[in-house]
Ligand binder design. Sequence first.
Ligand code: T3D
Length: 259
Amino acid sequence: METVLVDRRAGWMVLTLNRPARLNAFNEEMHLALRRALEEAAGDAACRAVLLTGAGRAFCAGQDLAERVQTGGAPDLGASLDRLYNPLVRQLRALDKPVVCAVNGVAAGAGANIALACDIVLAARSATFIQAFSNIGLIPDSGGTFFLPRLIGDARARALALLGLPLDAATAAQWGLIWAVAEDEALAGEAEAITARLAARATHALGLVKQALNASPGNTLDQQLDLERDLQRLAGYAPDYAEGVRAFTQKRPPVFSGQ
Ligand code: T3D
């Protein structure tokens, strides 16, 4: 069975984590399959947006703990982060096209934080987000200690990380952890509509938007203004900017090539 299903649509791709019996927990094979699929999306000019979701009743339950039952010496989890989780988070953030995450059910541990690494997160009303790490004696990884305080503030980040309790989707949206909630039966359709809309937009510019926002937390205002100048220069040279202005002045919808 494929651990990541790849479904090519007109201008975009759906990647579905596919280990439903284990709530799509990550084993090494699924890590590598997801990385390969994202590389393919990155290298394919015809793919202008990505939708990430899970098969079955969960989005992803984080690391497959069946692989971590200790039979001998303690594992080096730092090495696992270095080799598998951290490259995946970096890859999602660096992808120069938007990634939508449709959280179709529970997102726990690294599964929650990989969702947060995506650009737009839409969750089913029944979905929950669990910083499950401390429940098994670990700390939030896959960017959790970076994303959580920036998205929802230190007080809420601390409580989620220390208590390891589920956060329902409506509260996650209300707190600003995610973009929005959809009714369970509407989630796939709404996520697909968002992804298709993104795929028809000025892809090159959207990649630059990601770059600017990714850099923002570590920059001073002066540094960020300089970065905006540099990226806007690139955007201004691109064909889609010319098309955007032309379409505006001709009072018609733009037809972006993605360039
Ligand atoms: O190790 C490293 O490389 C370092 C990196 C670590 C990153 C991490 O993600 S650490 C955190 C790992 N994840 C967790 O601790 C979450 C564990 N799972 C849960 O807490 C619960 O399963 C959920 C809250 C996610 C869902 O609960 P519930 O009651 O809806 O389902 P369930 O009955 O617990 O699970 C259903 C099945 O999925 C069950 O299998 P079974 O009994 O039907 O054969 C369960 O064992 C399996 N499952 C769920 N999560 C995992 C899992 N199997 C392996 N690994 C899992 N993470």
